[in-house]
Structures are given as C-alpha cells and as structure tokens.
Write a protein that binds this ligand. Structure first.
Ligand code: PLP
Length: 425
C-alpha cells in the first residue's frame, strides 16, 4: 500500500515483528556471528547478503537509510557520518582521478570547498556555473570527461531555488546524472526524483535531525539513471572490479549497482559510517519531520513578511514571498513551503549586522542551521570570514547577509526578539 510522507516518517524502514521492540533497536555492535567459514566467505564475495561488519552494514543504520529512501521515493540509500561525507561519496562513486564535475555555484560553502579544492587534489576538476546563465553557456561547460551535474534544491545560505527539471534534462542530454543536495526542503517539501533528478544527498544533521543532536548524511538513489547506456563514462560500474573477483556492478546488481559499489568500495576503504546510536536519534527525529517542516515554514513565512515590511531591513531572500526572484520556481517545485531559512540584509554596515546579532536574547548565534531553536549567522564574519567583500559577492553572498534559521518557538516571541535587537541598532 502506497503511503504518504507523514506516515513514512513514522513507519518507514522498520516494522516490529511479533514480540519485538516497537522502537527501532540500536545494534551497538561492530560485528555479526556466523556458524561456518563458508557462510562468511559468501558474504565477502557478495554472493549472499547479510550483516558481518558495521562499517559495511548495520541493521539500525539500514532501517533509517530505508526510511529516508522511502521518503524520497528512491530504491535505497546509504547513511554516512556527515553531510560532507554524503556529498563526497555521491560524487566520488562515479568520478575518479581525471574526471570532471559541473556544479551550481549556489551551494553550501563546505560543498564548494569539497568540489573545488579537495577533489582537485584527487585529480577531479570542477567547473562552477551560475544557474542563472543561459542553457547555451552552461552546456558549453560539459566535457568528454564530465561525470555529473551537482546542485542544491534550496541553496545555503542564499535561498536560491534550483530549476531541477531544466538541469536534469541538460545533464541527461550529456549522458550524466543530476545529483542534488536536498537538505533544506527535505522530502517533505520537495522530492527531486519526481522532476528527473537521479541521486539525492542529505546533511541529516539539519532538519532531518532538527534538534542539533547528531551529525550525519545520506545518499539516496532513484535507480533511474541508465549506467549501461553510458558505459564508457562509468567504467567503475560497468567493467570488472578486480577487488571483487572481476564482478561487474551493473551486471550483478542491476538498479542497485551504484549503491552496492558505494558500500563495497567506498565504505569498505574509506569508512565514514554513522554510529548506530546516532541513527537511532535521527530516526526519532524523523518521526516528527513532517509536522516540524510545516511549522518551520509557517513561522518563517510570517518572519519573512515582517522583515520585508521593516524599515531597518534592506532586502529579504525567501522564495515563498511573492516578489522574490525565485518565487516562480518555488511555486513549481515547493508549493507547500520551502524551509525555515531566510537570508536578509540590514540597512547599514557589517558592524550594524554584528551589533544586531549580539543583541539577540534567545535567538542563538551558531554555525548550525535548520534546527528547532531559532538561530542566526553572519557568513561574512563567520563561515566565510577569510573572504573579501568582492570574493563574497562572487560566491553569491552579500557582505551584509544575515542567515536566520527560524525555529519552532512561538512566532510572536521570535519577532519580539528580532524587534528588540533592531531597536538597539
Ligand atoms: N549540505 C548542506 C546544504 C549543508 O547546509 C551542510 C551543512 O551545513 C552540509 C551539506 C554538510 O553537512 P555536515 O555538516 O553534516 O557535514
């Protein structure tokens, strides 16, 4: 029976059998016992499936990966120890030394560094494109060795909405998958697979957890990209893996090829699994994700409206506001709401923005975002403080940008705190 996201948040991924724990058990174990040497050998040859070592698979982690996959409408998923690891694995699984990636420049700074700096050290080149460029200009960036297109559904911190259908078509025309970081809207507000995206990643650290309790990530596969049709581009999936006795992932695992390779090569060699206890905490939070996202959006809509009518505020980016540059895309892809994150600029200098933040009472100054507690950050002073104003603008971040992550408190109290801090400017 097909279930809606609200139901999947609670029941997806795990169902207790007779006399079993109703809440997902924490399998806090490194390893799993077998009766014969042959039983274990078959697991190592990928001839049987089963648990043998938590770095490769663990029942608690798997149940939560299944829940997130069900929410996204994917065929399966892999949990990682952070959102950074999820984005690294999603790309590195199909793009090795000598490969090339195209990425939107409207993405989280950590991902920008990962793709532009760290992958470069591994021999992978990245071209950043402005999604506002013409098709012609972006298409000119594809090369023979391009392996994927990467974007963020709603960008952190700018709040730009990614035109999923447009970029999925473009990626497919050039024989590569579209990979999208869907952290901010979560599958409650947008399911990129429904618009042609092939692989979705998450920093589960953000709304999925929503209480700042664990750092984690997830990679979910739609199962829709035809690796065999572009076999020459993806030899890692379509030619023998000598570390698995010449096994060919697409032949042996069909639609599960991408995820099986990720576990059997990347997890095997690079680790990066979440602790089962963290996955348990994440699962608890996922149970309330649908209700929380609705409330985050309701509160943020009211705060964005209040900010946009405030004479001390120079500009507001919140795509749910009519008149926002990305409102048409928001109406198409996220008609029920976006998320709780608003970007705005105060009239006045960088120093005024800092004074405003220092005067906030319960709203916290933290690096974190997408949380039950309302929080605030000034990227120019914090996450991006090494950049000049010019470099900030080139990265799409105005020097006066304040990122406000609207939480679940009473919205009148949130506005009152903002008001009293502005009064002291
Ligand atoms: N993707 C997005 C959109 C993020 O906002 C973040 C972190 O803020 C990440 C990825 C990285 O996640 P993590 O901090 O869990 O490594």
């Amino acid at each position: 029976m097909k279930q809606n996201v609200e139901t999947l948040c609670i029941h997806g991924g795990y169902r207790a059998g007779k006399g079993e724990a109703q809440q997902l058990p924490i399998y806090q174990t490194t390893t799993f016992r077998y009766n014969t040497s042959d039983e274990m050998a078959r697991l190592f040859d990928l001839k049987d499936s089963g648990y043998f070592y938590t770095r490769l698979a663990n029942p608690t982690n798997d149940a939560v990966a299944k829940k997130i996959a069900a929410l996204e409408g994917g065929i399966g998923g892999v949990l990682t120890c952070s959102g950074q690891a999820a984005n690294l694995f999603a790309v590195f699984n199909i793009c090795e030394c000598g490969g090339h990636v195209i990425a939107s420049n409207a993405i989280y700074g950590g991902t920008f560094n990962l793709l532009g700096t760290t992958l470069k050290k591994m021999g992978i080149e990245c071209t950043f494109v402005d999604p506002n460029w013409s098709d012609e200009k972006i298409e000119a960036c594809f090369k023979e060795n391009t392996k994927c297109f990467f974007g963020e559904t709603i960008s952190n911190p700018g709040g730009q909405v990614f035109d999923i259908e447009r970029f999925a078509k473009m990626a497919h025309k050039h024989g590569v998958p579209l990979i999208m970081d869907n952290t901010f809207p979560t599958p409650i507000n947008c399911r990129p697979f429904e618009w042609g995206c092939d692989i979705v990643t998450h920093a589960t650290t953000k709304y999925m957890d929503g209480h700042g309790a664990q750092v984690g990530g997830a990679v979910i596969d739609s199962g829709n990209f035809d690796w065999e049709a572009h076999a020459d581009k993806f030899p890692g999936l379509t030619t023998p893996d000598e570390s698995y006795h010449g096994l060919v992932y697409t032949k042996a695992f069909g639609k599960m090829a991408y995820l099986t390779k990720m576990v059997s090569q990347l997890m095997r060699d690079m680790g990066s699994i979440p602790a089962p206890e963290n996955s348990y905490l994440l699962n608890l939070s996922l149970e309330s994700l649908a209700c929380r996202m609705q409330k985050h959006c309701e509160n943020a809509r009211a705060v964005a409206k209040w900010l946009s009518n405030n004479p001390k505020v120079g500009w507001v980016n919140y795509s749910d506001l009519p008149g926002d540059k990305y409102h048409a895309l928001q109406q198409k892809y996220l008609p029920n709401g976006t998320c709780g994150v608003i970007a705005f600029g105060l009239n006045g200098s960088r120093e005024e923005a800092i004074r405003f933040m220092d005067n906030l009472k319960f709203i916290s100054i933290v690096t974190h975002v997408a949380d039950a507690k309302t929080c605030v950050l000034h990227p120019a002073s914090h996450t991006h403080r090494q950049l000049s104003d010019e470099q900030l603008r080139a990265a799409g971040i105005a020097p006066d940008l304040v990122r406000l992550s609207v939480g679940l408190e009473n919205v009148d109290d949130i506005i009152a705190d903002l008001q009293q801090a502005m009064d002291k400017m």
